[in-house]
Design a protein around this ligand. Structure first.
Ligand code: ATP
Length: 392
């Protein structure tokens, strides 16, 4: 059964701004659901509606099958872990963790037992007598989780809980928060703007933009089958390369600038509605790892000729930032004055070069300024409708 259900939940602020529009989400028992999207997409507003810190304009919120729209935050059986931890500086770790239980008027012995149990789960036993100022960022984060978990809530809500930590600790804490969540088995909604965090931590990831849910799926489904251009560009680092392209009338190839890539029968089967795009423009997406260096001199139908701009050597791989040659994207007019350079880059309109990134093997010698041929893994191409942005 779904533990938390957001049923067409909307939020319109007093100034008329719609921050969340008809959001549908279901979080099952024990599930770790991540809400991700760029700044201002409405994810915090959504979380605050679930917590009861923001009123719900329309729709229904259910916890354990019961409507809780009008229920006070305290009575929702939900615990929230904030970005800034919200610890009391004058209290010890034990007092911070036990504070909510004291308010619930539990006996001293009961509080002590619950605090000890939570501290053990979070590896905080040896720090119980310290004050927050005497702890590291990661330890403070665990105390904040301890405060939430002693209440034994039906749902955990976490709002960017790792964003105050330095990069290395953040990576460690990602794994730790996932481990704790799995050990507790408590349904969790976790908000972040960091797509890497979303992809590495969640059972499922809900991607939001402009107050609207774009796609909810497992991390691998989001990565391999993004439903629209927004998700395609947002998930993955470096991002998917996206170009305007034209599908040939006989469906044998597609043209990016003036370079042709062959379309395989397998690909046409996978994207069956591509047949509706004969002689029409589409947007084609190529993940950086679906490009490889081609050193063969033979004529090939799955190659792009590019000029390397910068080559980032990262040890385990090389990120080759490239431009598709200007001449190759030139559109011939009837007179030289009418020649123009086709706009093939989505996020760089008017630019005569189309940029891109290829993730290449680290032992290759790819020097800036050189021209290389990249083999495209045709089977892995993504296609989008240029008007709607929806996947084809
Ligand atoms: P961030 O990652 O920056 O925290 P977010 O996705 O969590 O962003 P929200 O905080 O939910 O975004 O805000 C969503 C939108 O609603 C933003 O455009 C914000 O400016 C707007 N907003 C938030 N609070 C109010 C308010 N009280 N009145 C009017 N608009 C608001």
């Amino acid at each position: 059964m779904a533990n938390v259900t957001l049923d067409r939940l909307s939020k319109t602020y007093a100034n008329g701004y719609v921050a969340v529009r008809e959001l549908n989400l279901e979080v099952s028992d024990g599930e770790f659901l991540i809400l991700v999207g760029p700044s201002g997409c409405g994810k915090t507003t959504a979380l605050r509606m679930v917590a009861g810190l923001e009123t719900i304009t329309s729709g229904e919120l259910r916890v354990g099958g019961k409507r809780v729209n009008e229920t006070s935050p305290k009575e929702r059986n939900i615990a929230m872990v904030f970005q800034n931890y919200a610890l009391y500086p004058h209290m010890t770790v034990a007092e911070n963790i036990g504070f909510a239980l004291k308010l619930q008027k539990l006996s001293k012995d009961q509080i002590e037992a619950k605090v000890k149990e939570a501290a053990a789960k979070l590896s905080l036993t040896e720090y119980l007598d310290r004050k927050p100022a005497q702890l590291s960022g990661g330890q403070r984060q665990r105390v904040a989780m301890g405060r939430a978990l002693v209440r034994d809530p039906a749902v955990f809500l976490m709002d960017e809980p790792l964003s105050n930590l330095d990069a290395k600790l953040r990576v460690q804490m990602r794994a730790e928060v996932s481990r704790i969540q799995r050990a507790l088995g408590t349904a969790t909604i976790y908000v972040t703007h960091d797509q890497v965090e979303a992809m590495t931590m969640g059972d499922r990831v809900a991607v939001m933009n402009g107050g609207i849910l774009q796609q909810i799926d497992t991390p691998s489904a989001l990565y391999n089958s993004p439903k629209n251009l927004f998700v395609a560009a947002f998930i993955g680092s470096p991002s998917m390369n996206l170009y305007h392209a034209t599908i040939a009338g006989d469906l044998t190839n597609l043209t990016i600038g003036s370079q042709k890539l062959a379309l395989s029968p397998g690909l046409l089967k996978k994207h069956s509605t591509l047949t509706e795009y004969r002689d029409r423009k589409v947007i084609v997406g190529i993940r950086p790892e679906d490009l490889a260096l081609n050193s063969s001199s033979q004529e090939a139908t799955n190659r792009l000729r590019v000029k390397v701009d910068i080559s980032e050597v990262l040890g385990s791989e090389i990120l080759a930032h490239f431009q598709i040659e200007a001449t190759s994207v030139k559109v011939e007019g009837e007179t030289p004055e009418e020649d123009k350079l086709d706009e093939i880059q989505l996020d760089n309109p008017g630019n005569k070069y189309a940029r891109g990134v290829a993730r290449l093997s680290p032992d290759l010698d790819v020097t800036a300024g050189s021209y290389i041929d990249l083999t495209v893994n045709i089977e892995k191409l993504h296609f989008f409708d240029p008007d709607s942005g929806d996947a084809i």
